[in-house]
Design a protein around this ligand. Structure first.
Ligand code: DC
Length: 236
């Protein structure tokens, strides 16, 4: 970790941040959006940024292992998040075109996990992520929000669930969107992606030392949201 990664932006420390990190399917996306909506705060879906880099690189037929090339893609990414007033998914535009469905595919998720393992790509996305920090507050969803991007966050949550439960949730989500899905295949992919995200050399998926660990395997979304909001009201 270099000095820039640990230093908050000037003045930004006055803006409260709640970080919600964890593996895919832990429910952190839905939970983060609901918390942002309930508090009236901004929301950062950092996974979408890695997915967008992957999508742009795939479209250019770049080699996903070519670190300097993919870092340029990350730096030059022309992306816009059109925020919703409710807790729905914001519209995501890549070079002016909506890409919401495409970035959620398994192919794109797998490619995102590969480009996310490249240190220069993570470095290129760092300032872009920190730019989301604005009053009245930010809820940041990802893998390294509490450990690297916002180390001074006011509240850090690490949300986890068993791989089997996460595969089930993903299966249901894909079916609801009318996309094809195979449960056994999803479980294998989740385990593979977890291993890659947890074992990479930079910003691996690990709870920040001061994070509160929450296991959502047997908890519904509402229960998790209520628990986190309670933890926040006790801190603020
Ligand atoms: O949360 P997600 O499934 O949309 O993330 C896609 C990939 O991006 C995931 O495999 C890991 C990576 N990622 C990351 O390395 N760091 C983040 N802060 C967010 C996502």
């Amino acid at each position: 970790m270099n000095e820039r990664e640990t230093r908050p932006e000037k003045g930004a420390e006055k803006v409260p941040v709640i970080t919600i990190d964890g593996p895919s399917g832990s429910g952190k996306g839905t939970v983060s959006r609901l918390i942002a909506s309930r508090l009236g705060w901004r929301f950062l879906d950092s996974g979408a940024l890695y997915r967008l880099v992957a999508l742009a690189a795939l479209a250019r037929r770049d080699d996903l292992a070519d670190e300097s090339k993919i870092a340029i893609v990350a730096r030059e990414l022309d992306v816009e998040f059109k925020l919703d007033s409710d807790a729905g998914e914001p519209q995501i535009l890549l070079e002016g075109s909506a890409v919401g469905g495409e970035i959620r595919s398994e192919t794109c998720g797998d490619a995102a996990s590969r480009v996310a393992a490249l240190p220069a790509v993570r470095e290129a996305l760092l300032a872009r992520q920190r730019d989301f920090r604005a009053l009245p507050g930010l809820v940041a969803d990802g893998r390294d929000m509490g450990s690297v991007v916002f180390p001074d966050a006011a509240l850090k949550i690490f949300l986890d669930a068993s791989p089997e439960e996460r595969a089930q949730r993903r299966y249901k989500q894909l079916k609801e969107k009318g996309m094809s899905a195979n449960l056994a295949g999803l479980l294998d992919e989740i385990k593979l992606r977890d291993a890659r995200d947890r074992n990479r050399s930079v910003a691996p998926l690990v709870p920040a030392v001061d994070a509160i660990l929450v296991d959502s395997t047997h908890q519904g979304i509402d229960e998790v949201v209520t628990g986190i909001l309670e933890a926040w009201s006790q801190r603020s």
